[in-house]
Design a protein around this ligand. Structure first.
Ligand code: FES
Ligand code: FES
Length: 154
């Protein structure tokens, strides 16, 4: 079927089976390979994107469900090819190592900071609880989020 949705501010029309995963539509049909697949079962958050302002696991979303929605992927976050504030903080604090979890972490951070511009550490931990990282031990990721929150209020 033909489905129209907005991706990173641009209207896109694709032809795909209605139950095709949004994750696969992004990666295969739209060549937006920044969104990563980890578990494929809704457990790891590597495939997180923002859909109409909510953080979703794109491996669990049939593309039909995204019809008419506005989706933001990691490719929509950088500004004119430059890292945005959240990405910069992850870089500075060593919050990214292998990078598989990073796009999802960045989008989860945006979602968190939209809700709580100055989150307490407990809110940071809860906000990123659906995103698993095998590399960093989380401290650096939490530091990156905290640093970004502080800078945006400097
Ligand atoms: S790949 Fe979607 S939650 Fe793990
Ligand atoms: S940086 Fe490797 S999984 Fe998080």
């Amino acid at each position: 079927m033909t489905i129209t949705l907005t991706i990173n501010g641009e209207s896109k029309t694709i032809t795909a089976p209605p139950m095709k995963r949004l994750l696969d539509v992004l990666r295969e049909d739209l060549q937006l390979t920044g969104t990563k697949e980890g578990c494929g079962e809704g457990e790891c958050g590597s495939c997180s994107v923002l859909m109409s302002g909510e953080l979703v696991n794109s491996c669990l979303v049939p593309v039909l469900q995204a019809a008419g929605a506005s989706v933001c992927t990691i490719e929509g976050v950088a500004v004119e090819g430059r890292l945005n504030a959240v990405q910069q903080c992850f870089l500075e604090e060593g919050g990214a190592q292998c990078g598989i979890c990073t796009p999802g972490m960045i989008l989860a951070t945006h979602h968190l900071l939209d809700k709580y511009p100055q989150p307490a550490m407990a809110q940071i931990q809860e906000g990123l609880a659906g995103n698993l990282c095998r590399c960093t031990g989380y401290k650096r990721i939490f530091n990156a989020v905290e640093s970004c929150a502080k800078k945006s209020h400097a």
